[in-house]
Structures are given as C-alpha cells and as structure tokens.
Design a protein around this ligand. Structure first.
Ligand SMILES: O=P(O)(O)OP(=O)(O)OP(=O)(O)OC[C@H]1O[C@@H](n2cnc3c(O)ncnc32)[C@H](O)[C@@H]1O
Ligand SMILES: [Mg+2]
Length: 221
C-alpha cells in the first residue's frame, strides 16, 4: 500500500459508511488507518456520470487525490442482476431515484423482479435461508471496482465480483445496501447474515482489494 504523508493512513474516497467500515477492517491487519470522506467535509459531492464502475472509481479517486494532494482509493460498486439485463449496475446507488436510501432501492428491486415473476418470465427456484424457504428470483453479482490514484504515479485499477441470487425477502441485519436480498447458496445465507469479518473474506470488495495488493506487490518487486 502506498505511503501517505501522514504515513499509515489512507484516504478512501467514499461517503458510504458501510464501505468505510469494511475498508477500516480490511486495512487493520496492515496497520493502515482508512480515512473516509466524512473526515474531509471540505470535499464536495463528486458526480458519478461514467458508464462503467471503473470510470466512476477513477473519477472519485482522482478528484479526491488532487484536492487533498495525497493518494486516494475509491470504490465504485453495485449489483448486476441477470433478469434485469445487468441493472441496476452503475445506477445501484440511485436505482429508486436521486437520494434513494438502501430501503428504497431494495423495495424497487423486489418490485421489478416480482413483476417479471408474475408475468412468468423468471425461472424461480426455492432454497433455504437458515431454515426459511426463500425464492431465488434471479442470479446476480456484486461488482466492486477499485481505483488507487497517487498524484505522482499512473492510476491502478482492479475489479472483484461475488456471485449470488436475489431473493424475494430481506433477511439479515449486517452489512448495508442490497446485502439483505443477496443470497449465497454455498452459505445458505444472505450477505446481511454474515458477520463483517466473514463478508470481508468473500466479498467483491475484498477480492478487488486482494488483486490491488497483488499488483502493488508485483510493481515493487
Ligand atoms: O460513491 P460513494 O461515496 O463511495 O458511496 P455510494 O454509496 O454512492 O457508492 P457507489 O456509488 O459505489 O454505489 C454503490 C451502490 O451499490 C450498493 N453496494 C455496493 N457494495 C455493496 C455491498 O457490499 N453490499 C450491498 N450493497 C452494496 C450500495 O448500497 C450502493 O447503492
Ligand atoms: Mg456514489
């Protein structure tokens, strides 16, 4: 990981408290304190108008790094649902409209998929989530694009994914965003049922971060 002027601190270009918590835990073993944008109220909202996660991640990292004059890591992520041709994708944060809350986005996702199910357009199977029967509405994946922007070096970009299904009901209290609707057959649980330590072993975010570390190790070797 890059050395910042304050050493052992890294600015994460996010205002999302859920992401910030996960990064704080992911960086802890390296003795790196992850600072998110709530620590820098002078940074304005950054428009996310790119067509890809990678475009948006780079814009966020570059804007923050240039404003603060230190390296910044940005995460642009979202949920891509097969039955919705990959939506909400890069629009995940504002799926239910500008300023949408997680609950609004989850409700819209369920509504859209239930409409397709009622129209007979989904091959819905059942599964058990901690003893409850749930309907698997569509295969889906979480995608996380990370961009590390150091004002003095070329940017480094990586992507991580995590496969699962969108189910018909919200289950679990952990995590954030679409986690309560994201079921992983191999665990028989939703992402929101996993403790953060466990999510950080398998998530799109941790997979992307592992790739970033690998790239940085190679470039140092
Ligand atoms: O742009 P920043 O400030 O980082 O915060 P944001 O919440 O707007 O983040 P994005 O633009 O990357 O949008 C990501 C969307 O995808 C959702 N999302 C991303 N990672 C997730 C995860 O690990 N679990 C559940 N939902 C996730 C999240 O709730 C948002 O709705
Ligand atoms: Mg955003």
């Amino acid at each position: 990981m890059p050395q910042t002027p304050k050493n052992k601190e890294l600015v994460i270009a996010t205002k999302n408290a859920g992401k910030a918590r996960e990064f704080a835990l992911l960086f802890e073993p390296f003795g790196i304190v992850a600072r998110c944008l709530n620590d820098y109220p002078q940074i304005p909202d950054i428009p996310e108008e790119g067509e890809t996660f990678a475009d948006n991640a780079l814009t966020k990292a570059k804007t923050v790094a240039e404003l603060l004059g230190v390296p910044a890591l940005a995460d642009d992520s979202g949920l891509c649902v097969d039955a919705l041709d990959g939506r909400p994708g890069v629009y995940s944060a504002r799926y239910a409209g500008p300023g949408a809350k997680d609950a609004d986005n989850n409700a819209k996702l369920l509504r859209e998929l239930e409409l397709l199910a009622e129209a007979g357009r989904l091959a819905v199977e059942s599964a058990a989530a901690d003893g409850r029967e749930v309907r698997l509405l569509s295969p889906a994946r979480f995608v996380c694009s990370l961009a590390l922007y150091d004002p003095h070096s070329p940017p480094v970009q990586v992507e991580g994914q995590c496969e699962g299904f969108v189910i018909d009901t919200l289950i679990g209290e952990n995590g954030f965003g679409y986690d309560p609707l994201f079921y992983m057959a191999e665990f028989g649980q939703t992402m929101a049922q996993l403790p953060m330590t466990r999510k950080n072993e398998i998530s799109h975010r941790s997979r992307a971060l592992a790739k970033l570390q690998e790239l940085l190790r190679e470039s140092e070797a």
